[in-house]
Write a protein that binds this ligand. Sequence first.
Ligand code: HEM
Length: 433
Amino acid sequence: MQYIIGHLLNFIIKMQAHKLKVWHDELGPVIRLQIGAQPWIVVSDPSIVHYLFTTNGTTSSNRPYQILSAHYYSRDNSGIAFGKANTRWRRLRTIAASSALSPAAVSKHMKFIRSEAVRLAEELISSSTQSILENKNGINPLGSFRRASLNYVFRAVFGTCIESGDDPRLQSALDFTDQTNMLIGTHKDFEGFLPILSYINSWLPNRGNKLLGEFLRTRDPFLRAATNVGYGSAWLIAILLHHPDVYKDLCNEVDAFIRTHEGRLPDFSERDQLPLLTSCQKESMRFRGTNDVTLPHLIEKDVNYKGYLFPKGVLVLPSAYAMHRDPDRYPDPEKFIATRFLSNNKTMAASAAGKVEDRDHFMFGFGRRICPAMHLAEVQMFILVTNILARCDLKPPLDRTLPDLDDGRDAGAVMSPPPFKVIFTKRENSLLK
Ligand code: HEM
């Protein structure tokens, strides 16, 4: 059995990235795995991944052909995330950038991002108040954060937005992102791991993948990643519940800005005046990220680097979780240190474009397929969080149970915080005009 499935059972487990970290500690930064029929190499040294995906990008920028992600989700490799790295894919990345993701597009929609942030803060306060009136423990903020981040894509791509949590399009879009994230997760491609399953599946009536194909034909695949910022922001709130002193310092930092700027909140371009928040955003993504392993790249020509051979046909998977726990790069990696990046106020996108040894974190991936929404993600999170800090007090739930930060939920292509409760109240001393 082991001969047929290889390391498969170790690969499809909950918190797979944690297992990979244990192996890296034992075996080193480059580990070859046999997942069913497919050889994989997982890498925890950023300079090796940089060499493979950036320096050698021409032969390592394709994704593997996986039945769920490439065939159904990406309509035979024609979308962005799982499209073949060809002219069409480059054009799609350019269109996505100009409509929604580039700094110019994000600036164009800034008013909307701000109004969504105000709406989010109000929603968090009113649903917390309601939960207390109903003698409940508090609210899980993840749904509200996901709606806020999803709405940006609705506005920028479809020119519409979801006003209320009761709008049926909201549930339908959230279901869509949940299902696609679940199905395209690196460790979900069972038919790729064991090709015989493809053959068996093709004989099954109402084959699940066929249904997914029908489902996707009616929706836009770009939506899939749209809630990632919501997951990332919810992680930050979960972490801050454990660090009320940091929350207070962040409120003071935002207040100091408001006081000296006629009662208004900062623009993203003024973030150098909020060094603690800038540092916390980076530290939160390092400490509890949404992409503990990033997406695999296919190696199309043998590459030798530092004595390692990466043979043609192997899939390389960056172990971001293990990278973020390297004590030489991040002293005390198991601790959330709010001030860790105080002296590094480069934007995340600028950092990702710089030298690999100077990068702040690796949550957005590497090389030509690096997340095209890095700028949007950092700006959106900054605006959502500054609004919450200026408008809300953050309190633990009535039973005072704090989120279990070691218990991320595998949502397929993203790592979600576990369900947790929190209470947001209106800040009576808010300085906003
Ligand atoms: C905290 C937020 C986010 C994180 C951590 C994140 C992370 C990532 C990662 C790790 C990749 C794979 C990179 C690689 O293959 O090396 C990726 C790709 C991608 N992301 Fe993001 N992402 C985020 C937000 C978003 C948002 C909001 C959108 C769109 C609205 C988006 C759209 C995409 C697309 C289209 C790709 C595929 C790029 C390609 O294959 O060419 N991401 N992202």
